[in-house]
Design a protein around this ligand. Sequence first.
Ligand code: GDP
Ligand code: MN
Length: 377
Amino acid sequence: MKIHEYQAKDIFREYQIRTPKERLCFDTKEAIIAFRKINKKVVVKAQVHTGGRGKAGGIKLASNEKELQMATNTILGMDIKGHIVEKVLISEAVDIQKEYYVGLTIDRSNHTILLMVSSEGGVEIEEVARVSPEKIQKYALPIGSSLAPFRAREVAFDFFKDIHLVRQFADIIEKMYKVFVEKDASLVEINPLVITGKEEMIALDAKMTIDDNAMYRHPELEQLRDDDENEKLELEAKQHGLSYIKLDGNIGCMVNGAGLAMATMDMIKLYGGTPANFLDIGGSSNPKKVKQAMHYLTQDPNVKAIMINIFGGITRCDDVAQGLLQAFDEIEITLPIVVRLSGTNAKDGLKILSASNKVKTVSSMSEAAKLAIATIA
Ligand code: GDP
Ligand code: MN
């Protein structure tokens, strides 16, 4: 579960990690009240479940009420990577000397907590990771209830000489580690962590994701849930026994099995296309599930073609074919559909589908990917 910057900062404050003075606002009127209360230059920040807001125009400085009004009006309602902004954080502007990146995540293969630190923090961190990954230092931290202070200081000394800064930085890492473990987070990130002109370290931004599998241990965090349209759709799909994750491409995929679904997306990419989603209909797919899956694919306006890739085992290809015919009866579908059926009852499935003129059938997954891409081009 993703939470907003303002919510993550509330948690930071609970752990005494320093943050700017700030207030959540839903309209310009509230923003002005917040501005007067803070009584100095502020930053208006879009609150949406995505990063890169700065680059998208979702972060704006305002030094008077007119600028504030303009910034708030522009940002509210803005579409940032498919997320509509419904609220803004009015945050006291901070005098930045330097921006650092600090992040904690799980390293599954090494069974450790991974700490990442970079002195090149700020909005370009993705670029730094791509072009010069050596500028992001990585530390494997043992899993425990807290981080040993000497270990935190060791890391801090890699970045700072001034003992005053070393202490502050080590303290922040220790506290972030505590947040990470105690809240069952899969990500805790501060970017930028800034040093001000007064040599103080402040978390100017906060990003946090809670492990969904641990939500049952955190009734206090459930109230922070604020799913946007896509997240709601994914949750609803889950209740229908489908794993659905929306992506940015235009080829809708319906596949059985997570591994095959990943392979299908790779195959589409390989031939120059882009998948619109990950969709695993699971094993023992009954026609109803297939129909529901078609519903998700067709409600996404980006989808221009559909690729169905089924390897029948427990899943029976004839069930899938039946589900498709039912979907065609109930949903108006004009998109090109390419189907590859293989394995259990594939022959029967293909026979059922031959009754419909809506689909093209192929015998291999690479053919299916190529054909789906060709129908769009
Ligand atoms: P993100 O783009 O979604 O990660 O949003 P951030 O909260 O990280 O803000 C993006 C950038 O805006 C930061 O890296 C800063 O350079 C700038 N910024 C944010 N708050 C302040 C502030 O209080 N003062 C100044 N001068 N710049 C800020
Ligand atoms: Mn940021």
